[in-house]
Design a protein around this ligand. Structure first.
Ligand code: BG6
Length: 363
C-alpha cells in the first residue's frame, strides 16, 4: 500500500523524518553525550583495540558506507574506508585482527555482501552488520550490529535505508569517538545535531514542488555530471546512482577536485552538472569549480547551504544546515526527489526500474 502516494519511492522518501527518528530512538545518551548501541557485542577494551574500519556493501549501501567511513575518521580518528562488497569478496582480501569489518545491507540478503561476510568470518574477522531486515541472512552471520528500524523498503531504489544507514554510522562514529578522544562538547554537538535531523528533513520535503520543477527542466538532457568534494562526494555518487536507476539518464559522479584531470572534457551545454556544495572548509574550492564548469558552457544546479552563493549557479536548492559531519545526510534528500521527479517526467517505471531487482540474491 503506497499510503496515498503515487509510488512507493515517493512514500519512502517522505517517510524519512520518521525513519531517521526510529533509527535514533533510545540510542542517544544526553548525560554523557554518547550512543547506546546494545547490539554491537564489543567491550570498551575491544573497541579501543581496533586500528582500522573496513566497510562493505553494494550499490547505495556502498555509498552510504562511504559517508560512514568519513564519519568514523572525523569523529573517532580511526582510519576507515568503504569498498563494494562484490569487489572485496573476489580479491582474496587480507583480513587483519585489528580491523573491524562493517557490512551494510537493507535487505540483509544481497548475495555478494553475504558471501563477503562469510569469507571474513571464515578468516576470523570481526564483522558488524548495519541491516534493516531483522533476522535476515547477513544479520545472522554477523557478530553484532545495528538494526535500522526503517520499516520495509519496497521501491527498488533505496532511499530511507540509505539515510538511516548514514544515521546509524553517525551513532557508531559517536560511540567510537567517545571511547577514544572525541570531547564531551563535540559529543554533545553531534547528539544535538542528530536530534535536529527529522525536522530538517521535513523542511526539505516541503520544497518538493521547487525540486520537481528543476527535475523537469533537466530531465531531457542525455547526461548529467554530479560532483562533490570529500563530504559532498558520496552524496554526489548517490545522487547520480538514484538518477540513473530510476530515470535511465546517464549520470556520472566525480570528486570535484578530479574534474580537471579528465571529465572536464565532457562539460558543455549538453552536460549539466549537479554540484554538492556544503558550507564547510571546502566551500571556496567548490565555488571555484562552479566557475570552471560555467566558463565551459556547462549549466550548474547547486545543492548547498548558502543562498548568497546561488548567483554562481544557474539553479540552486538550499537545504538547512546541520553540523558539518551530518550535512551529507540532509544534502542527499533533494537528490532523491530530483531523481524521482525526473523519472516521473520521463514516464519511467519508478518503483521497478528495468533490469534491476530489489535484492540480488544470486551470484
Ligand atoms: C541493488 C539494489 O541491487 O542492491 C540497490 O538495486 C541496493 O537499491 C543494493 O542499494 C544493495 O541492497 P541491500 O539490500 O544489500 O542494501
Amino acid at each position: 500500500d503506497t499510503g496515498g502516494y503515487e509510488h512507493y519511492l515517493l512514500k519512502e522518501i517522505n517517510e524519512q523524518p520518521e525513519t531517521v527518528a526510529r533509527t535514533l530512538r533510545g540510542r542517544i545518551d544526553d548525560r554523557f553525550h554518547i550512543a547506546h548501541l546494545g547490539g554491537l557485542n564489543l567491550t570498551p577494551h575491544e573497541t579501543r583495540a581496533f586500528r582500522r574500519v573496513k566497510i562493505i556493501g553494494c550499490g547505495s549501501a556502498y555509498y552510504s558506507g562511504q559517508i560512514g567511513a568519513q564519519l568514523i575518521e572525523e569523529l573517532a580518528r580511526i582510519p576507515a574506508d568503504a569498498e563494494p562488497a562484490s569487489e572485496f569478496r573476489y580479491r582474496n582480501p587480507v583480513v587483519e585482527h585489528d580491523t573491524l569489518y562493517v557490512a551494510i545491507s537493507q535487505s540483509g540478503e544481497t548475495y555478494d555482501t553475504l558471501a563477503a561476510v562469510q569469507e571474513l568470518k571464515r578468516k576470523g574477522g570481526r564483522v558488524l552488520g548495519i541491516v534493516n531486515t531483522v533476522g535476515s541472512a547477513i544479520a545472522r552471520e554477523c557478530d553484532g550490529g545495528i538494526y535500522l528500524h526503517a520499516g520495509p523498503e519496497v521501491s527498488v531504489a533505496s532511499t530511507k535505508a540509505f539515510t538511516s544507514t548514514a544515521v546509524a554510522f553517525a551513532l557508531l562514529a559517536l560511540h567510537f569517538g567517545r571511547v577514544h578522544d572525541l570531547s564531551p562538547a563535540d559529543g554533545r554537538r553531534i547528539c544535538e545535531g542528530l536530534r535536529r535531523l527529522p525536522e530538517q528533513i521535513r523542511e526539505i520535503l516541503g520544497r518538493e514542488e521547487e525540486i520537481a520543477a528543476l527535475a523537469r527542466k533537466y530531465a531531457d538532457r542525455p547526461s548529467m555530471m554530479f560532483v562533490g568534494r570529500v563530504r559532498g562526494y558520496p552524496v554526489a555518487r548517490e545522487g547520480a546512482q538514484k538518477l540513473k536507476e530510476v530515470s535511465y539518464v546517464h549520470a556520472e559522479a566525480y570528486p570535484a577536485s578530479e574534474l580537471k584531470h579528465g571529465p572536464l572534457a565532457l562539460i558543455g551545454p549538453d552536460m549539466p552538472t549537479v554540484a554538492v556544495v556544503p558550507d564547510d572548509e571546502l566551500l571556496d574550492k567548490n565555488l571555484t569549480t562552479l566557475g570552471e564548469i560555467r566558463a565551459r558552457g556547462g549549466q550548474v544546479l547547486m545543492v548547498g547551504h548558502r543562498m548568497a552563493e546561488a548567483k554562481l549557479a544557474d539553479d540552486c536548492i538550499v537545504v538547512p544546515k546541520n553540523e558539518v559531519e551530518l550535512d551529507p545526510i540532509l544534502l542527499t534528500i533533494p537528490l532523491q526527489l530530483f531523481a524521482y521527479h525526473a523519472a516521473v517526467a520521463l514516464g519511467r517505471d519508478v518503483d521497478k526500474p528495468r533490469n534491476l531487482a530489489k535484492s540480488v540474491t544470486v551470484e
